[in-house]
Write a protein that binds this ligand. Sequence first.
Ligand code: HEC
Ligand code: HEC
Ligand code: HEC
Ligand code: HEC
Ligand code: HEC
Ligand code: HEC
Ligand code: HEC
Ligand code: HEC
Ligand code: HEC
Length: 416
Amino acid sequence: MAAGTTAAVLVLSASPVNAQTTANQCLVCHASLPDAALAAPAKAFPGDVHQQRGFGCVDCHGGNAATPDKSQAHNAARGYRGKPRGPQIIATCARCHSDPELMHKFAPRQRVDQAAEYASSVHGKRLAEGDLGVATCVTCHGAHGVRLVNDARSPAFPTNVAATCGTCHSSAEHMKSYKLPNGSPLPTSQRAEYERSVHYAALAGQRDMSAPTCNDCHGNHGAAPPGVSSLTTVCGTCHTVFQTKFATSVHAQIFEKACIECHSNHAVLAPSDRMLGTAKDTVCASCHEDKDDPGFVGATKMHDSMERLTSAVDSSAALIARVKNDGMEVGDQELALNEARTKLVLARTEVHMFDPAALDAIVNDGTKILAGVDQAGTKALGELAYRRRGLFVSLGVILLVVTALALKIKDLGKEQ
Ligand code: HEC
Ligand code: HEC
Ligand code: HEC
Ligand code: HEC
Ligand code: HEC
Ligand code: HEC
Ligand code: HEC
Ligand code: HEC
Ligand code: HEC
């Protein structure tokens, strides 16, 4: 370990000097090679984060960068190691990225556990067994055009991650020899399903960087299917209120996969009141189909409660819109309507306690507010009708006076 650190520090002080005094002959020669694969690393290197920090080809490959002669440059006595493969790739990157002393000179707060985490992942364990089909540092970051992970060009940037993972996980050919613990083929639908989800819509559509992509649920470097214990928290890290409500419910004790039992993992779709209840297309019906089951009774009650509040919100909103259209002042009613809509949002959260009485309490708060709105709305309509009647009466009177005047004028004319 001590030797590694010393070597790294030596490399550090040597590289930038090299870059300034002599040309990097590895780059010069490789950029001119006719074989595209051999030239590509040199072409991708300018702009690479390592190049920007003063590192050169030799910091990963070893060798002598000062000579234009290939055999001297590729000199094993100067540490030349050639092209790293499999576990050698991990060792190449870990030499610096697992060295806190070195890394913290450049990025004081950067984690240095990537290789350790990676070793604990399904990818890392399989690589250690000799499987070269798994992801390594370079399949997710590249080797020569490496960018900061917050650079939109990085394959590890949030909006690019699904495609990066998908290069293998969406390929039936690449994944064909892998199986789930139960022996069935490992699915390759994760990316397609994820791209149908509310999460993808928020991330890619609304650029909401707080929405999850693959690595937010699976870990950046510890990619593994969440185990039973973490299945209950994988959604709760962001949806904390739902998690807290759900934890107190009967289902929390029974469900192996928590939220995922009703919302799925990759294709989390926009929920609606239609998910709730015992009709065929609800999520409850799959378990609660027997009329005598207390869950069936509870689900029916919860469905009816939600319907009571949503239909009350709709009808009050329609009433207030009508009153407003007729030119009456409805500022207070609109405020109260918003308050009732907040109760609706709270109710959809409260659903997760799966306790009909708790849900009813919030629904009743909401309907009480709406009753007040309806009362004010009906009163306003009454006033409007009264005013209109008043208008008709005064119009009638005016008409009578005008007619009388006209008759009078006519009479006067005759007299003259
Ligand atoms: C004068 C040209 C020349 C120079 C200088 C040179 N190389 Fe190469 N390099 C080649 C050629 C040609 C190949 C193709 C394989 C071969 O002929 O050995 C190659 C192959 C490689 C490979 C791939 C080896 C493999 O196992 O597939 C790596 C990595 C590499 N060079 C790194 C370097 C590094 C690092 C330096 C500088 C220290 C360097 N090269 C300097 C010409 C050069
Ligand atoms: C940050 C570490 C790092 C640096 C710096 C680096 N390389 Fe590499 N290089 C790698 C790794 C890792 C691989 C293996 C990539 C893979 O398997 O896809 C590789 C592969 C190669 C290959 C083989 C390409 C092939 O497809 O067979 C060549 C050639 C090469 N590097 C040359 C260079 C040259 C020239 C430079 C400097 C301009 C350089 N490398 C800088 C890590 C590095
Ligand atoms: C399966 C894909 C994958 C593999 C394999 C992988 N990374 Fe990452 N890495 C990521 C993602 C995604 C992020 C970005 C996380 C974020 O947005 O914060 C990341 C972030 C990083 C960062 C930035 C600091 C941090 O930890 O967030 C470094 C440095 C890094 N990786 C190095 C490595 C090294 C070294 C290896 C190999 C030991 C490796 N990565 C393997 C996907 C991967
Ligand atoms: C010679 C030391 C060294 C080696 C070897 C090395 N790195 Fe780095 N790497 C660094 C340093 C230093 C930084 C800059 C950190 C910073 O300033 O944020 C860096 C930055 C990165 C970043 C961007 C991190 C961020 O903050 O967004 C990634 C990704 C990365 N390296 C991946 C790799 C991979 C993959 C390999 C192996 C192919 C590798 N590195 C090999 C030293 C090294
Ligand atoms: C280079 C191809 C490749 C890339 C890129 C890749 N993986 Fe994998 N991944 C594999 C292979 C191969 C396995 C092994 C399958 C197995 O053993 O079940 C695997 C296994 C997994 C597993 C465990 C599956 C299980 O149930 O055994 C998870 C989770 C996973 N990958 C997530 C990811 C995520 C997230 C990303 C992107 C950040 C990613 N992978 C990128 C090839 C890849
Ligand atoms: C919102 C969280 C979340 C996101 C985003 C997510 N996953 Fe998953 N993933 C899970 C959970 C939870 C499981 C385990 C499900 C189970 O045990 O039934 C899983 C399982 C897996 C598995 C194991 C095989 C399988 O299908 O059951 C792979 C591979 C995988 N995910 C890859 C990915 C990839 C690739 C992406 C991005 C395209 C991704 N995941 C996005 C939560 C997520
Ligand atoms: C990294 C944070 C994060 C994780 C992890 C996460 N989500 Fe989300 N989720 C979001 C964000 C952000 C949104 C979109 C904005 C919003 O609706 O608040 C969202 C939206 C949703 C929605 C739609 C809400 C609506 O009002 O339309 C549901 C349902 C959902 N997530 C369920 C889940 C489930 C189930 C899991 C676990 C498998 C999960 N989420 C994991 C952050 C996360
Ligand atoms: C037993 C099934 C079930 C479980 C388990 C479940 N939910 Fe839900 N979830 C629902 C139903 C039904 C709705 C729709 C409620 C409505 O709109 O009336 C919903 C709605 C949501 C919403 C959207 C609320 C809104 O404002 O529209 C989010 C976010 C959410 N759930 C997250 C979670 C999280 C996180 C977990 C785990 C802690 C979880 N759910 C567990 C059934 C479930
Ligand atoms: C994966 C199966 C499953 C799903 C899906 C499911 N439940 Fe349950 N639920 C159960 C089990 C098992 C119990 C405990 C035994 C019972 O009461 O039926 C239970 C209990 C309940 C109870 C408590 C009954 C009582 O008074 O003891 C309520 C309320 C309930 N569920 C409502 C719902 C609602 C609403 C949904 C849909 C949003 C739903 N459940 C979806 C399996 C499920």
